[in-house]
Design a protein around this ligand. Structure first.
Ligand code: GLC
Length: 466
């Protein structure tokens, strides 16, 4: 048997069959049903959190708003000027997060956020203005209103103490109050998926699904209020509400067992949050590079790649001793390598393994491994997105997307569409829209919509009482 054929066979478990995709679809739909049900929610792994976002942008919103975006490897503060014609102007500043913030106490984290916010408003010369702020906080939260959100658990690389079970809105407000001089009113907390959906809906109202494929992975969608058993009747005067699926947690109750490989199990076991976020660990940026490292290591040991390479031992050592030595960015970078002398793969080999004269066959095999991991992720996401398009039930749905994996990997969109095309019901159509400046702009929009709604209710009250 040829070497490439052997490698293909070796990777076969990472290439789901049609039957496995079907089961993924069925299991996922069952979890969504459970998540929405009042009695079944406790047994669901996709908790389908109510976001309380029920008003959608009209496109004519105007004014200046602040937004915070916390959830990935970096934290952003934004000043968003909505211009009233489906357009917005943005000034953003990125602040790095160190281990001190990611793994310290919640108070340390929120004090740091308030400090950055303070610096930012001073730099933008808006410190004297009374401004509304939308807070994109991209972790699972139980919300009881737009500005109240209790953290359920940390995901991705975050693990601050004294925060789970706390209202992060209150924590942010207290941190803002501790810094005197800030006249900022935090009016809404939202997930990055919701921000992305709102941001895309601002441009095109047909957007009813939001997706993030970045450090983490998650989706939200517009649901009819009558399908939300957990929603208090006082919120049922409006027809729809955005549901934050938190699908990264899918698989915690076995729904993905038929797809899990040893590599997935090791990634989970070595993570900060073992046993949780199983789907996320198969498809998100924080983990795909690590999957490639584990696959590569086993492939080297089984003489399927680098078999003749003189640095074979050194490569094995690096792969064994350096977890996370392959970043997910590598998957995107080398996907652009057309295979003509393999310049991009060779750069990666130089960087990671100090290998300067790579064999073209090894380059081709490495690219193949990376493609298999990315394709599995994109294809799986297409299946669960298909389920959401069908659940939304409109004849046309736009999926608003953001996140580094989707943005940077040249084939990811195509991988998602492959399975979306197969799973979206025949009488429905969909399209995918890349969100521009996604969740930050979305947070400002939610703040604006809350503000609009407040004004409308106030004027209605005045009319009723005069
Ligand atoms: C994680 C978070 C989720 C977020 C996603 C993308 O899955 O739990 O809230 O939307 O990452 O950032």
């Amino acid at each position: 048997m040829g070497e490439l054929t052997r490698l293909r066979e070796f990777l076969n478990e990472l290439i789901p069959s049609e039957d496995q995709f079907q089961r993924l679809y069925q299991n996922f739909c069952a979890q969504i049903r459970k998540g929405l049900g009042a009695k079944t929610n406790k047994d669901a792994d996709t908790k389908c959190y109510l976001t309380y976002v029920q008003d959608f942008p009209h496109g004519n919103e105007t004014g200046k708003y602040l937004a915070l975006d916390l959830g990935g490897s970096r934290f952003r503060v934004l000043l968003v000027t909505l211009k009233g014609d489906r357009d917005a102007e943005l000034v953003a500043k990125i602040y790095d997060l160190t281990e001190k913030e990611l793994l310290g106490t919640g108070t340390q984290l929120f004090d740091y956020i308030a400090k950055c916010l303070h610096e930012f408003v001073c730099e933008q010369k808006v410190e004297g203005e009374h401004m509304a702020l939308g807070f994109t906080f991209s972790f699972p939260c139980v919300q009881t209103g737009l500005s109240r959100a209790t953290l359920v658990r940390w995901t991705k690389g975050f693990n601050c103490s004294d925060t789970v079970g706390e209202d992060v809105g209150v924590m942010l407000k207290s941190a803002i109050t501790r810094r005197s001089g800030l006249k900022i009113d935090m009016v809404a907390i939202l997930n990055d998926t919701t921000g992305t959906q709102m941001s895309c809906a601002h441009r095109n109202p047909a957007c009813n699904i939001g997706l993030i494929v970045g450090t983490g992975c998650n989706a939200c969608y517009t649901e009819k209020v009558e399908n939300c058993e957990r929603l208090d009747s006082k919120y049922k005067d409006r027809p729809k509400i955005i549901i934050n699926v938190e699908w990264g947690a899918f698989g915690e109750k076995g729904g993905l067992d038929h797809l899990l490989t040893d590599y997935d199990k090791i990634v989970d076991k070595n993570s900060l949050n073992a046993g949780t976020q199983i789907y996320e660990k198969m498809v998100a940026g924080m983990y795909m590079g690590e999957l490639v490292r584990l696959i590569l290591l086993r492939a080297v040991n089984e003489n399927l790649i680098f078999a003749q390479c003189k640095l074979r031992k050194q490569i094995t050592d690096i792969l064994t001793k350096k977890p996370n030595c392959i970043e997910t960015k590598v998957l995107s970078d080398i996907a652009n390598d057309k295979g003509d002398d393999w310049p991009l793969v060779k750069d990666v080999f130089k960087d990671i393994f100090h290998l300067h004269d790579a064999d073209p066959d090894d380059c081709m095999k490495f690219k193949y491994i990376c493609d298999v991991v990315a394709k599995r992720a994109g294809n799986m996401l297409g299946v669960t997105l298909g389920a959401l398009v069908n659940k939304v039930g409109e004849s046309f749905s736009i999926i608003g997307v953001d996140g580094t994996v989707y943005r940077c990997h040249p084939n990811f969109d195509g991988y998602m569409r492959e399975t979306l095309d197969r799973f979206v019901e025949k009488d429905r159509k969909y399209d995918i829209m890349l969100s521009e400046d996604g969740s930050g702009r979305g947070a400002a929009l939610v703040a604006a919509v809350v503000h609009r709604e407040y004004i409308e209710r106030k004027s209605l009250n005045t009319r009723l009482h005069t």
